[in-house]
Design a protein around this ligand. Structure first.
Ligand SMILES: *[C@@H]1O[C@H](CO)[C@@H](O)[C@H](O)[C@H]1NC(C)=O
Ligand SMILES: *[C@@H]1O[C@H](CO)[C@@H](O)[C@H](O)[C@H]1NC(C)=O
Ligand SMILES: *[C@@H]1O[C@H](CO)[C@@H](O)[C@H](O)[C@H]1NC(C)=O
Ligand SMILES: *[C@@H]1O[C@H](CO)[C@@H](O)[C@H](O)[C@H]1NC(C)=O
Ligand SMILES: *[C@@H]1O[C@H](CO)[C@@H](O)[C@H](O)[C@H]1NC(C)=O
Ligand SMILES: *[C@@H]1O[C@H](CO)[C@@H](O)[C@H](O)[C@H]1NC(C)=O
Length: 223
């Protein structure tokens, strides 16, 4: 199970007594595919490691006096830094599978928890009438696509499709022209009525992953 920054906070709330103020877990937010450093400071005499908060047996990187090593690809700790008391975990490229809460541990003691999140991406797409519109959903589990038309007064927009474990479910209007290949959603033969914003929302973690602003060429004039 993946825990987003928000659901992690809710989890703490449910564990905490109502009279105790809950401090939210610190979030490190980066752009998609950028490197992220999760800081942690402590001088360890034996070993240091980073694990998943949700599964403390699941370590991603580890150090001892001799060396540091990765247990999962894309995570690293520096041995030179470890010797200085700097246990920073470096995530070489923040993709959606790395969104999680991580725990820093030194000689068997928990030091801190940090949550990695990825900023909502925005893109602008210009397309000719009749062309196919391709939207990368980035994940294939529990996402929805919300469409908000250019002239729409509805502030929430309309859910046009959902995807769960690679299975696509669209409204009757969109079903005939929509398909999914891996994480890419294709809307075939768009026309002027399809302009507007398409928001890809992760419904498991309640975060927007990407907003596409779609303009259909030649359908309106500024003059
Ligand atoms: C550090 O871990 C490595 C690999 O598990 C091991 O070979 C080495 O002896 C350990 N060093 C110390 C000082 O425990
Ligand atoms: C801690 O180590 C990371 C790299 O592992 C480095 O980027 C960062 O500057 C170091 N922090 C300090 C305070 O030295
Ligand atoms: C579409 O998104 C853009 C940028 O995120 C925003 O400025 C614009 O107001 C949105 N349009 C609609 C119709 O929601
Ligand atoms: C598809 O979505 C509709 C409306 O949200 C829902 O009623 C229906 O059960 C879904 N079908 C599948 C196969 O998930
Ligand atoms: C799905 O996408 C892959 C990679 O972009 C492509 O090679 C493949 O032909 C596509 N499949 C279909 C059915 O369009
Ligand atoms: C655009 O497509 C919609 C539905 O697919 C259709 O009802 C409408 O007539 C089309 N508009 C134009 C200008 O082609």
């Amino acid at each position: 199970m993946m825990l987003s920054c928000l659901s992690h906070v809710l989890l703490l709330l449910t564990f905490a007594s109502i009279t105790v103020p809950v401090s939210a877990v610190t979030t490190v937010q980066v752009k998609f595919n950028q490197a992220a450093d999760l800081p942690c400071e402590r001088k360890c005499s034996r070993e240091a490691k980073w694990t998943l908060f949700s599964n403390r047996d699941d370590a991603v990187a580890q150090c001892n006096q001799t060396s540091c090593w990765s247990l999962k690809e894309g995570f690293k700790m520096s041995h030179d830094q470890y010797l200085e008391g700097n246990l920073t975990l470096t995530i070489t490229a923040a993709d959606y599978s790395k969104r999680n809460t991580y725990t820093c541990e030194c000689d068997g003691t928990d030091i801190n928890d940090l949550c990695l999140s990825i900023e909502t991406m925005t893109s602008s797409i210009q397309i000719n009438p009749g062309e196919d519109l391709q939207l990368d959903l980035h994940v294939s589990e529990r996402v929805e696509v919300i469409y908000k038309g250019g002239d729409s007064a509805d502030p929430h927009g309309e859910q046009i499709c959902t995807v769960d474990r690679s299975s696509l479910n669209c409204t009757a209007e969109y079903t005939p022209t929509t398909s999914l290949n891996d994480t890419v959603l294709t809307l075939r033969g768009v026309n002027s009525t399809d302009r507007g914003n398409y928001t890809v929302r992760d419904t498991e973690n309640n975060v927007d992953l990407h907003t596409y602003t779609v303009l259909v060429r030649g359908t309106y004039s500024v003059f």
